[in-house]
Design a binder for this molecule. Structure first.
Ligand code: SF4
Length: 322
């Protein structure tokens, strides 16, 4: 994938594949030949319907799954070739914030011990220094030192996600995969958590891969957005460009489904209803995976897989008609 020469690349994903064998002759191609860069200090949003492979992609990029094929370069080094010592160092630099703050916090641990999990695993701080760090982290995410001795069930959903964020920050990571961190929260709380993530990024110089299916929130936090469909990347552009001028028929359909606050607003156009069968990601056929639902599909779409191409500066699309 072409790089923006004005920015420093932190992570380079090249032709990434993650397949799962689900039967003797059945392969689930969760991520299939996906390439993108993540620049230092930016937020790359990754969106698409449930099952499109965005979470698998995020987890493979941070080394939680071994890739089936392709390369993931972190600061120019292939993470699959890391030694044990390098893997441990990488696990400090890359952290994850999970979707469900209820399920991801151990109910029998105090908040202080949860936040300090990374510190204890890596043995970075002990005694008073550990305790001070816990207070500092709680303060950073809008909680306070009194919260350290309490248990997760005493907190609201938004507060629990703040605890999850403090835990991810405990060992000073550079890169965080935010795996649908707001999907389980009330709409009123979602904006607070997104604003907190933006504030922390500005203060700490963090780089995010922000995974979501809520396109409106993704726009608010992301510098660039990648759209995935059934294991493939179909469009990648800056947030403004993607929302103002979506080029892939699937992106156009997703954006047309976002409610417009002003009922008299006409700029977005009609809502595009997606019809047709969603093909299975198990043993997918050649051709465009969106062809069964695309109103512009031609014969070539059923036989040739479209490649992600730069159609305008830093705007990439995989579609035969764009
Ligand atoms: Fe539609 Fe063909 Fe483009 Fe796929 S390649 S999105 S089927 S027009």
């Amino acid at each position: 994938m072409a790089k923006d020469k004005n920015k420093e690349v932190l992570i380079e994903v090249k032709n990434l594949k993650k397949y799962f064998q689900v039967g003797p002759k059945a392969t689930l191609k969760a991520v299939d030949d996906v390439s993108f860069n993540i620049y230092k200090g930016e937020t790359l949003g990754l969106v698409g319907e449930s099952g499109c492979g965005k979470t698998t992609c995020g987890r493979t990029v941070m080394g939680l799954y071994d890739a089936t094929g392709g390369e993931i370069l972190f600061q120019g080094e292939d993470i699959s070739k890391y030694s044990k010592k390098q893997k441990r160092a990488f696990s400090r630099k890359a952290q994850i914030i999970l979707q469900d703050p209820y399920a991801s916090l151990n109910p029998r641990m105090t908040v202080g011990d949860i936040v300090a999990e990374g510190i204890d695993i890596h043995g970075t701080l002990k005694g008073d220094a550990r305790q001070e760090k816990i207070y500092e982290l709680l303060n950073l995410v809008g909680l306070n030192k009194e919260h350290a001795s309490r248990f997760p069930h005493e907190f609201s959903g938004g507060q629990r996600q703040r605890i999850g964020i403090a835990r991810a920050l405990a060992i000073d990571p550079e890169f965080i995969v935010c795996d649908e961190p707001i999907s389980a929260l009330d709409v009123s709380i979602q904006a607070q958590v997104v604003n907190l993530l933006i504030k922390l990024q500005n203060e700490l110089g963090l780089t995010y891969l922000f995974i979501a299916h809520d396109l409106s929130m993704v726009k608010h936090i992301s510098d660039r957005v990648g759209v995935m469909y059934l294991g493939t990347m179909v469009e990648l552009a800056s947030s403004e460009e993607l929302y103002a001028k979506p080029l892939h028929p699937y992106t156009q359909a997703l954006l047309s489904a976002i409610p417009i606050p002003d009922p008299d607003a006409t700029g977005r156009g009609e809502r595009i209803q997606l019809e047709g069968e969603v093909p299975s990601p198990i043993n997918p056929k050649p051709g465009c995976r969106f062809a069964t639902r695309c109103r512009y599909a031609k014969d070539v779409c059923k036989t040739e897989t479209p490649v992600l191409k730069e159609v305008e500066p830093n705007h990439f699309v995989a579609c035969h008609i764009v």
